[in-house]
Ligand binder design. Structure first.
Ligand SMILES: [Zn+2]
Length: 318
């Protein structure tokens, strides 16, 4: 079985490039093609089916798929939800609850919006202790700059608030108003009424590995409790923000077991052969123009291919 991860669904690829984040964006048109294909050829599971399978070690139908969406972005409600309804498909949305129902803006939305709005053509700032000159003349330059900042923000030693304040100042974008990033609770409830399930994704979308025990516990516990309180349903699943090998630790798995979670998803690209229900792999989907790569990503072969590529990269790096 395979779990797919989506982040943003936006009206067209042009809009996607406007957000400087093609890797995390699927256009509405392509998303619809992907779901149309899946609804004909695959068995899309609800979280209830999946947990039943997990807890009873039942055999799943071949070609079983879970659809997941991370963060609770408002475009998930605006653009993904109508298509899920059209094909009558279940899905899971992992909510960073501190953003839901607020005007708060995810850091990646901040950086993308600032890069879109700044009139600076070149900036200089310190990254990893080195002074870097960054060109912002063309859209391609800005997309490249976004990639650099995105990578920097995800490093464990980065202080996100300090860096964002510095970047905002250097880009001269102090007064711009940003649009809300996340859905509100009415939108979440409307999706719940249709059959979409919700999982926890921390309160503040933090990298758990950077936190001490007490704060990690709070992030996990509070995000679970608020969803349960708002939706009147037990939350049994979690997705680790960022979700790479180094972004969560065994202690977080223990916290989740103690709090009554039944499964947690990483962003490590693996099919689900369930060895550890708290380290389930997912396949990242972005907006390929044709369905070929999408179809390859649905095969059992794909995670093996990724493993080979990563091993080869490590060998070359040595
Ligand atoms: Zn996330």
């Amino acid at each position: 079985m395979t779990t797919l991860t989506y982040h943003r669904i936006l009206p067209n690829l042009k809009e996607g490039s406007k957000y400087f984040d093609k890797a995390n964006t699927v256009s509405v048109e392509i998303f619809e093609k992907q779901l149309s294909f899946l609804s004909k050829h695959y068995n899309i599971l609800s979280i209830k089916d999946f947990l039943f399978y997990l807890n009873n070690s039942r055999k799943l139908e071949p070609r079983s798929i879970l659809l997941t969406f991370d963060d609770g972005s408002v475009d998930c409600y605006n653009y993904a939800f109508p298509i899920l309804k059209k094909y009558n498909l279940p899905a899971i949305v992992f909510l960073a609850t501190g953003y839901i129902g607020t005007d708060k803006v995810f850091w990646w939305d901040k950086i993308k919006t600032w890069l879109r709005q700044t009139d600076r053509k070149e900036i200089t700032l310190r990254l990893n202790g080195k002074s870097r000159k960054i060109c912002l003349k063309t859209e391609t330059d800005r997309i490249k700059a976004y990639g650099l900042f995105d990578e920097y923000m995800k490093q464990p030693k980065t202080n996100p608030d300090t860096f964002l304040n510095e970047l905002k100042f250097i880009l001269g974008v102090d007064n711009y108003k940003l649009e809300r990033s996340a859905m509100n609770w009415e939108e979440v409830k409307e999706m719940q009424n249709f059959g979409i399930s919700f999982g926890a994704h921390t309160v503040n979308h933090v990298n758990l590995a950077r936190l001490d025990y007490e704060n990690a516990l709070l992030e996990i516990k509070e995000s679970k409790e608020i969803i349960e309180d708002k939706l009147g349903e037990r939350v049994k699943i979690f997705a680790y923000p960022y979700g790479g090998e180094n972004d969560f630790l065994p202690i977080h798995v223990k916290i989740m077991r103690d709090l009554g979670f039944e499964a947690a998803f990483s962003s490590i690209e693996e099919s689900i052969e369930i060895k550890n229900p708290f380290k389930l792999g997912r396949i990242h989907i972005s907006g390929y123009k044709n369905l070929f790569i999408f179809k390859v990503k649905l095969t059992n072969f794909y995670p093996k291919l990724i493993r080979c590529v990563n091993l080869t990269k490590q060998l070359i790096a040595k």
